[in-house]
Every structure is written in structure tokens, then in C-alpha cells.
Design a protein around this ligand. Structure first.
Ligand code: ME8
Length: 521
């Protein structure tokens, strides 16, 4: 197996500021990246912004700006938010940058050369908010409004270049059928397959330049047309690696990461990623990504988030939550509260309840109990392990630790963050139970039980150490702070070196400190 791991987020439109939906995908990609780095893989994590298309042109016009000015003013909000949320992307691609534009032209030229593109006429409906063509029947069913945002559809009738998409559909169906992980989750895979089996037409992949005020990537074979924004945008996953070579300083810079391990996206943009993108790659003779994973949508206090309702969990709301709790708590809640792939509802109440139950009463309490007892009974030095003396009560802890270690890899490979965190919670619960059953505070009163007491506290410290090491991809700062209380440095998050039972050295000096997750009323 290749040691590289390449994960991407969608590139976000710069028509508006970032919100919870953008942060969701990006935090998930960050958790995967941090996990795989800790597990010894050579990780490449890409995010960026989608800056072309009619949607951006219109948003810029409404604000009295050029599209470039709009993009330049909004991109910094995304970049700042990623810094604030401790996102560790290795690259950030902007589709208006020359490194990307030149490569999109190279890809389209190659498609022209391979006779994958022909000139025709597009006649039909277009959803400008989604940058998507809408069939006559869907348009009629939705009263000629966008099925996504309810705004009126626009009628387009113009010469356009078409990609021979339909020609690749049988091969794509075969690929999806033969590779059960290619489109995930399963329900989405089935949706894509049944829609594909109903038949797919060729795809219009160009717009007249004049309608976009010259904004976009010119078609290399006919500069009076711009490349359709989705063809331009999807290419970013490939162009960002410096592919294909165009003779600049980015050439092949990160070539070894293709094909991508996982494109994380929201369910609304699955068709583009599961159909247009792989067909485009097939037409170019390039390897396909290994997985496209579509997550669900967040509602807010039970309602769909929308501009008109003004109930978006905005950048400002995210900042407030992070100030009240912490960045880590926001990251944890998003990945723990709902199964990745399903829809979920965001509310401050749900966040507080989850915080108190899992973090304050769970891992936070376990860490302070453990460090306090080691401080009190062993002057803060981790006691020696004494497995024989503590059996059989410790079996539950050892089993839960084994379950966490064994399930972490498969859970991350399937983007099942809630399962990963479930196993982690399993070890927290087993260790808390272990303390309740063995009653170290009682043993401490009996000098003949000293070895047994030490063995029990060693097991507790070892369990907390593992919990924090495995928590680090999701809650990096809290994990480091917790490990410091056990007398360990950031290297204690390296899962290759320390992701197993029995690593703590007796005598390590702990550092009692205030609780990691104080209870919230
Ligand atoms: O679609 N809950 O960009 P975008 C969860 N530029 N996710 C949400 C959400 C919500 N309430 N609202 C939006 C684009 N999203 C294109 C992508 S990729 C080559 C081009 C998610 O800024 C949505 O599902 O409109 C999508 O995955 C992402 O935000 C980006 O949305």
C-alpha cells in the first residue's frame, strides 16, 4: 500500500463569508489528516476557494466590486477561519490563480485533442446559485425555481462546447459497482447508481465569455468561451499537485499524491464529484480518486439554515462558541454529535449537554481524578505497573483499550468519526468504572495494598494517555494540555510510537493542573 494519503475539501465559493457547513468539511478533513500523520502516513491536505462562475460575477456586481476584488476580500475570511480552527492544510488553491488556470487549460486542451469535446448549442434551464443545469422535468416539478435555494431558474440558449459525458457512463457504472467504497455512504452510492442507470446526457462545459464579463478560464480552443465553472473547480484537486506540467515552478510539486484517497464533500454536490469528475478523468486516461464521501447537512435549531431566515451558524457564531468553550470543543461536537454522512441539528443546548457528559464528566474528570490520586499517594510520580496485582478488574480497561486501538484505523478509513469517538468514550467509561470498583482512595489507607494501588493508578494513567493520544486528531490543543499533566510532551501524540498499551514509564513526574473541561451550568 502506498504510504501517501491525500484528502481534499470542496473549494468554497467566495460569494459570501464562511459558515458552519464549510467548517464541518474542513474540520473533518483536518481530523483525518492529523490522524494519518500520527499514524505515519505521508499526508497531503488540500482546501481552497472557487472563484469563477456567474454566481461570483453577480455577487461582485451587487457589491460594486470586480470579481477579483470580491474574491480577494472574501478569501482572507476563509484563510483566517482555518487558522482559528487549527486547520493544518498543506496547500490552499484559488481558482483565479495562474497556477490553476494554466493547468485547467492544459486539461481541456487534452480533452479537445482526444475528441472528448464538441461544439453544440445549450438550450435549457440553469440554476445560477448552484451553477448547475436543470432538466425540463425537474424545472417543471419545482415551478421553475431552484430546488436548492428557491430562486427562479434562468433560461439559457447559446452555443456551447459539450463533453462526451454519456459515452463514459457505462464505464463509470461498472467502476462504482466494482468498487463499493468509491462513493460513500452506501445510500448515496445507490442514489448515484440509480440516477446513472436512467441515462445521462452530454455535458455543456463552456459559457460565453461576454456573459461573464471575461471572468473565468478561457477555453483554449476558443477564447470567446469560458470553461464551465464546475469543470474548472473540480480540476483543482489535480492542478493543485502541479499536474499536468505547464512549465512553471509548481510542475509536479506534489505529483506522488494522485490518485486522491478521499474527496470530502457535502451531499448537495455529490453528482459533480461522483459523475462529472471521474468521467472527466477517464476521458483523460487518468486514475480515479479512491473515494468520494458525501456528508449530510446541518440544520440550526431544527430549521434549514438559510440567508432569508438568517439562522446560519455564521463565522461570528463559531467565534462566540470557540470563545465560550474552545476551538477543540466546537471541533469535537461537529464530529461526535452526528454520524458523518447523516444530517444533524446544531443547537447551543445540544452542544452544552454533549460537552458536560462526554468531556467535563468524561475524559476531563478521569484525567483530574487520575492525576490527583497520583499526586496525593505517589508524590506525583507515575507508579510502577503491576498487572498481576490488579487483575481481574483491569480486564475491562484493557479490553476497551484494545477495542480503541483496533477500531481507530478502520473507523478513520471509513470517515466514521462518531465510531472512532465512541470507542474512545468506551475507554473513558471503562476506566471510570474501574476506579469506582477498585476504590483506590480506600486502598490508600492500607499500606499492604501499596503495590496494588500503584498498579491500579498506572493502569488509569495509561488509559488516559491513550485516550488523549487518540483524541489529538480531533482536539489537538486539549490533548497536548492533558498529556502535559501526565508529564508528557507533544511526541506523545505519535500513534506509531505510542499508540499501544504499556508505554508510560514509571517515575514520570505528573503536573497537576486545573481541569481541562470545567463543567458548564
Ligand atoms: O458548492 N451543512 O461551494 P459552497 C453542511 N464551490 N454542509 C453545508 C451546509 C450545511 N448547512 N451548507 C453548505 C460549492 N454546506 C462549490 C464546490 S468543489 C470542486 C466546488 C456545504 O461554498 C456544501 O454541502 O457552496 C458544500 O459541500 C460546501 O458547503 C461548499 O459549499
Amino acid at each position: 500500500m502506498s504510504n501517501t494519503y491525500y484528502v481534499t475539501t470542496p473549494i468554497y465559493y467566495v460569494n459570501d463569508a464562511p459558515h458552519i457547513g464549510h467548517s464541518y468539511t474542513t474540520i473533518a478533513a483536518d481530523a483525518l489528516s492529523r490522524y494519518y500523520r500520527a499514524a505515519g502516513r505521508d499526508v497531503h491536505f488540500l482546501t481552497g476557494t472557487d472563484e469563477h462562475g456567474i454566481k461570483i460575477v453577480k455577487a461582485a456586481t451587487d457589491r460594486g466590486l470586480t470579481p477579483q476584488q470580491l474574491a480577494d476580500s472574501v478569501v482572507v475570511h476563509f484563510q483566517q477561519l482555518w487558522k482559528d480552527l487549527e486547520i493544518t492544510n498543506d496547500d490552499f488553491i484559488r481558482t483565479s490563480s495562474p497556477r490553476h488556470e494554466k493547468r485547467v487549460q492544459a486539461l481541456v486542451s487534452e480533452m479537445v485533442k482526444r475528441d472528448e469535446i464538441y461544439l453544440g448549442k445549450y438550450e435549457g434551464w440553469y440554476d445560477e446559485g448552484q451553477e448547475e443545469f436543470v432538466t425540463e422535468s425537474t424545472a417543471r416539478d419545482n415551478e421553475y425555481k431552484s430546488p436548492i435555494n428557491g430562486r427562479p431558474l434562468t433560461r439559457y440558449g447559446e452555443p456551447s462546447y459539450f463533453f462526451r459525458l454519456s459515452k463514459w457512463v457505462p464505464k463509470l457504472i461498472e467502476h462504482i459497482e466494482a468498487n463499493e467504497h468509491f462513493v460513500q455512504p452506501d445510500a448515496r452510492r445507490n442514489e448515484v447508481l440509480s440516477k446513472l442507470r436512467m441515462g445521462v446526457e452530454d455535458l455543456s462545459i463552456s459559457r460565453q465569455q461576454e456573459k461573464l464579463g471575461g471572468w473565468g478560464v478561457p477555453m483554449p480552443n476558443d477564447p470567446s468561451h469560458s470553461v464551465y465553472v464546475w469543470i474548472d473547480a473540480l480540476s483543482n484537486y489535480y492542478t493543485a499537485l502541479g499536474l499536468p506540467a505547464v512549465g512553471d515552478e509548481f510542475d509536479a510539486a506534489a505529483e506522488s499524491y494522485w490518485p486522491c484517497d478521499v474527496h470530502l464533500i457535502g451531499k448537495d454536490i455529490l453528482w459533480f464529484h461522483a459523475v462529472y469528475w471521474p468521467c472527466m478523468l477517464m476521458s483523460l486516461g487518468l486514475p480515479l480518486p479512491k473515494c468520494v464521501f458525501a456528508h449530510g447537512w446541518w440544520t440550526s435549531d431544527g430549521k434549514k439554515m438559510s440567508k432569508t431566515l438568517g439562522n446560519f451558524v455564521s463565522r461570528e457564531a463559531i467565534a462566540e462558541i470557540c470563545a465560550e468553550y474552545s476551538v477543540d470543543v466546537y471541533r469535537y461536537f461537529l464530529l461526535r454529535a452526528v454520524m458523518f454522512g447523516s444530517d444533524g441539528d446544531f443547537s447551543r443546548d445540544a452542544l452544552r449537554v454533549r460537552y458536560n457528559s462526554d468531556l467535563a464528566n468524561g475524559v476531563g474528570n478521569l484525567l483530574s481524578r487520575t492525576v490527583n490520586m497520583i499526586d496525593k499517594y505517589f508524590d506525583g510520580a507515575i507508579p510502577a505497573p503491576a498487572p498481576d496485582a490488579i487483575a481481574p478488574e483491569a480486564q475491562g480497561v484493557m479490553d476497551a483499550a484494545g477495542a480503541l486501538i483496533d477500531s481507530a484505523g478502520p473507523a478513520m478509513a471509513a470517515c466514521q468519526f462518531h465510531k472512532y469517538l465512541d470507542s474512545l468514550q468506551g475507554l473513558v467509561d471503562a476506566t471510570n468504572r474501574f476506579i469506582d470498583v477498585t476504590e483506590p482512595f480506600r486502598l490508600a489507607k492500607d499500606a499492604s495494598q501499596r503495590d496494588r494501588l500503584g498498579g491500579i493508578l498506572y493502569a488509569c494513567a495509561e488509559a488516559v494517555r491513550l485516550i488523549l493520544a487518540y483524541l489529538a486528531p480531533i482536539m489537538p490543543a486539549s490533548a497536548i494540555a492533558g498529556l502535559a499533566q501526565l508529564g508528557l510532551g507533544p511526541e506523545a501524540t505519535d500513534l506509531v510510537a505510542v499508540g499501544r498499551w504499556g508505554v508510560l514509564t514509571a517515575g514520570t513526574q505528573t503536573n497537576k493542573a486545573s481541569g481541562l473541561f470545567p463543567r458548564k451550568p
